[in-house]
Design a protein around this ligand. Structure first.
Ligand code: ADP
Ligand code: NA
Length: 315
């Protein structure tokens, strides 16, 4: 069946970082600093993190036929992530324009570009790869149909799916429930809950901020999600699943609370992606969910001590 490989089906972007005193109003022109381009996209970030955490990683995705493609792929290539399933399609590579104001407030614009090409048909081309995947990692920056096709193909072959529905999107409830684990922050947890409980209108509010994290995790499990990792930033993470695997600290069906690393915080950009990539790598190596989440916590903790997303991931 599965080799011990991690496959990430997801987005590849270039991040364009700008600094401003304040964000512009409509019609206004301001002078910005920065302008540097760095590799990003949740899929690519998670793939690099999994690779740096020791896994053999394949990336499935798409870049454009523009010069940004090489920026998007640069660190993945250096780290020997297998890029043979990254298509080059006409048009621009995905682009995220990140504007940071003096008060630290971010404004982000994302152009999906080539990521929009990662649909069900594109994913189906890599059925052989998905059939020998130990751990498949999915996020929300490619078309819904691509995510669902990949999840179904990996599950049908007995693979494990790590699903990070970010940014929040509507997905087949069966795909959400089969996630092992579903990795969410509080905002995403509340949005997924709304979908699974059928109360969702698609437009989600900021629900979740006022709910107890333990309660959110329990509600997701009650709604049928196989296992859950709720990440809480500097407050760490909560892990819950069925009779957590052998080798874990606990084998009972009780949530484990994992405190965050105590570190000097420089830049938390991409910390969530660092966590997910490292988690997938340790799951693929055969570790239990709690142990893998502890290692992912250490990895993500190191990533917040350095600037940037991919460039901050430890080796
Ligand atoms: P997201 O950005 O997806 O909301 P989080 O902010 O929850 O993700 O961060 C994911 C993980 O990264 C956390 O569970 C934690 O392990 C680590 N992390 C994030 N921020 C910090 C921090 N300030 N100090 C230490 N670890 C952090
Ligand atoms: Na960082």
């Amino acid at each position: 069946m599965s080799d011990e490989i991690v496959v990430v089906v997801g987005s590849l972007n270039v991040d364009l970082a700008l600094t401003v005193d304040r964000h512009p109003s409509p019609g206004e022109t301001l002078i910005a600093g920065g302008g540097g381009r760095s590799p990003g996209g949740k899929g690519a970030n998670q793939a690099l993190a999994a690779s740096r955490a020791g896994a053999a990683v394949h990336m499935v995705g798409a870049v454009g036929d523009d010069p940004d493609a090489e920026v998007a792929l640069g660190l993945l290539r250096e780290d020997s992530v297998d890029l043979s399933a990254v298509a080059v399609v006409p048009g621009p590579t995905g682009l995220a324009v990140v504007t940071v104001a003096a008060d630290g407030e971010n404004a982000i614009l994302v152009v999906p570009g080539a990521n929009a090409a990662v649909d069900a048909a594109a994913v189906d081309r890599y059925a052989d790869l998905l059939a020998r995947t130990a751990v498949l990692v999915l996020q929300g920056e490619i078309p819904r149909e691509g995510i669902e096709a990949a999840a179904r193909a990996a599950r049908a072959a007995g693979g494990r799916v790590v699903l990070n529905p970010a940014p929040v999107l509507t997905l087949d409830p069966a795909v959400m429930r089969a996630a092992d684990p579903l990795v969410v922050n509080e905002h995403e947890a509340a949005a997924v809950l709304e979908q699974l409980q059928g109360a969702g209108t698609g437009a989600t509010t900021d629900a979740g901020g006022d709910r107890d994290p333990q309660e959110l995790v329990a509600a997701l499990r009650d709604a049928g999600v196989r296992s859950v990792v709720l990440t809480l930033g500097a407050r760490g993470a909560i892990v819950a699943g069925p009779a957590l695997d052998a080798g874990d600290r606990t084998e009972v069906d009780e949530p484990a609370v994992i405190p965050a690393a105590q570190v000097e915080v420089v830049d938390t950009t991409g910390a969530g992606d660092a966590f997910i990539g490292a988690l997938a790598a340790h799951l693929a190596a055969g570790e239990g969910l709690v142990r893998a989440a502890e290692r992912a916590t250490a990895f993500a903790g190191r990533s917040v001590t350095a600037r940037g997303a991919q460039s901050s991931y430890p080796r």
